[in-house]
Design a protein around this ligand. Sequence first.
Ligand code: ADP
Length: 947
Amino acid sequence: MSCEGNCINIKYSNDCLKLINNTFERLLDVNSINYQIELKKSLEEIGLFFDLDRIYIYYFSKDPTFMQIECQWNKKDIRLKREVEEEEVVYALPWLIREIKNKDFVVINNADEFPDEAVFEKEAFFNEEIKASLIVPLKSENKLIGFIGHESLSKSMTWEEYQVNILRDISKAFSYTRARIVKEKTYKKALSGQAILLNNCESQIWALSNVTSYATVNEAHAKFFGKKKSDLEYQDLYDIFDIDTANKLSASNWELFQNNGPAEKELEIKNFRGENRLLQIKSKPQKDKTGNIKYLICTAEDITEQRLSERELYKAKEQAEAANIAKSQFLANMSHEIRTPMNGIFGFLDLLQSTNLSLEQKDFIREAKSASEVLLYIINDILDFSKIEAKKLTMEKIKFNLRNTIEDAVSLLVPKVVEKDLELYTMIKEKVPEEVIGDPSRLRQVLNNLISNAVKFTKKGEISVTVDCLNEDNEIALLHFEVKDTGIGIRKDKINKIFQSFSQADTSTTRKYGGTGLGLAISSELVKMMGGEIHVESIFGEGSTFKFNVRLKIAKRASEHKFAFEKLDGVNILIVDDNTNNRKIVTSYLQGTGIKVFEAENGSSAITTILSNANTKNKINVAIINYHMNDMSGYELANTLKTIPFAKDTKLILLTSMTQKGDAKAAKQHGFSSYLSKPVRRDDLLGCIAIVLGLKKEEEQQVITKHIGKEVKNELKPNILLVEDNKMNRKIVITMLKSHDMTCDVAVDGSEALKAVAEKDYDVVFMDCQMPVMDGYECTSKIRLLEGDKKHTTIIAMTANAMEGDSEKCIKIGMDGYISKPINFDTMFSIIEENTKDRGIVNNYNRIIDDNIDYFVKTTGLDKEDAKEILEEYVRCLPDLLSGIRHAIDDSDFDKLAGLIHELKGSSGTLRIVSIHELAVKLEKAAFKQEINECAVFFDKIKDLLH
Ligand code: ADP
């Protein structure tokens, strides 16, 4: 190697180092803005240094099948590598790209060096008149990102190794810088993206470095205060805002910082226009490694309008509710107002009914009464419904006998059930408490609604009412009620609607069945108020089961109230009924009493059971026999049993769904000792068994019937005091009493009533509540004071007020009961019957015995004792007979009348009771001539004789 060559080489290598150094220096600080310029300068410097014609840099695109020139340099008078710098497909130079991927560099000293496969590359070389080319791959983090091409077009050249090495070294500066610039661009892009979001966001966003200092804010926050971002960033609140705003903001910030975690608050603050705006601020601290808050990031929404519209909405809702309550209140008042005249309609219809009328007129009255009853029913529903809507309905809390309440509710529907020839069962399970505390009338109302719906929507089959106690918790019983029917059922899609007000499952059937669609809505509310829920299961066409629960406080458990069961130990009872449910119910009612129960599903198996047990310890003592049975009727079975010696002394109880008068007599004639109406009440059943076995005394030992009892009492002369200021109401009650051969004393206000009660013993006082001078409440409490422990006059409130708490108030003040107007006169009379002391009529009837016995003994020659017994039997039958006559006259039923008068005439004649006999003869003649008015006259005369 010569010195010259050496020196040149040294000089050259120094220049090379300088070139490398320049390139690196130039590109080291380059940023995205001056990148292209500096890059091009570098290419130029390299090109000139190596006497090249063109240099270009390609980078692969995101999609690596594309590439694009990033920068190109060309010597003067040399064509540009690419006129348009746009994306090109990589596969245009497939061989070259492959070489680049696999080698550190690709050198082409002339076109002949291309292998055969490099068809495109050769063509490009030829077309572009390239003489020599060196291509160096560009890599970042060991990944190929592009390549740099160095070309000579003017001359062919041989690439020396050192040249290649230098250019490879320099290429690293390009790939490094490019990677840095791409990263920077991406970062900037991201930042500007975030800034776009932050600054265009409607929500206010800011970061606080402490309670009074901002770190950064977005445009929205700055704009709220009419400021620029830069006015706020890194500034103290007190340097930016007026003292009020700064105070408010720092107080709010302090609160948020205090939370040391995510927090939320509302802040009312003035905006740049001086308007008060409500901001809903949410904050989240950003903590450093030691857990100290570095920044508190806050966002805020302006909820001023939202809050305003919320308030408007709330106001509108309140107004709507108030309007609704007012409407309901109006409805409640209206229904109250309607009830008062209804009282008049009812009363006068009742009175009209008791006058002498033609059959047609009676029919009209019956229709008018039933229409009024429906009207009253609807009014009551509307009243209840409006009370619920007006939130005025409350529950009473009184102690009541649960079993009786349920049984009463069921009994009420018995006539309808009988009319439709349906079966009705009640099953009150053993665990159901005897007495509970709650609102009996509301419970009865729910039951009544469900049972009457069941009756209404059932054409044939049966209805059962089952009551069970599911559990007890803290003296509260969870009671479960089920009312099941075999009626029309409810379609699936309608089932959820029926509990809504005014909705009926099938409006097309509404006409057929009637109703308001309010009953279930009311029931469902009432059940809710009793701490339970109601629902229904139904199969369309097969029937429905309504189920509900209520929670009631226990006052007396079932076991605490039992009959003296020890006496029933060893008693064997046979229940004869073709209906399994009926047998099951009777059996369950007798459970735990010591009674052994046998079952027979028809007459013949009953006979077999009685006979096969006759001489054993299982001898049947009592047989309870259903009236309707498939193989033989109850009467037939009884007749048969009486002819069988072994069965003769089995006591018989008739189980019947008929509750007509005369049943008792017929039952007696067929050898029954007693009869029970279905659905059977447990206490009646036990009482009845006890009586027929002689374990319990009852005035009417042979046959107990409620009707006999009732009719006897109807003939009593009760002492009634009516306290009423309203003339019309007084007239109705007085006339009504008169129609039942009763009278009353009258007081027009409380003070008169007080005087009357002090002077005379009354069986019952009917007391109006609102009266001038002294109202019913004051009067009652004064009466109670007067009486002390010595006496207790029955006082029954009579008022048109059907509003919440009325009955409770009456009871609290010391009244014994409550009748709401319009007065249900049946209820009134049953109250009178219950309270009338057993004095008048019995004595009067006994007088008949006293007046006639001597003559009877004289004319018949009977022993006085025997004569007395016969007359007593006559007297016992007399009330029944007389009341039958009175009803026959009322109904103008001359056939029946003839039969009954004949009986009266016959018995009075036989017993030589001349006065009655003579009148009976006259009555018979009048009846024969069908002169109803005359009949009434003679009948009254007979009655006069007895009083
Ligand atoms: P109403 O009987 O006065 O129409 P309710 O609220 O008591 O009103 O009942 C609403 C509707 O539910 C009835 O019209 C009827 O369509 C349906 N429904 C209630 N009980 C029964 C039942 N036991 N069987 C079939 N449908 C019933």
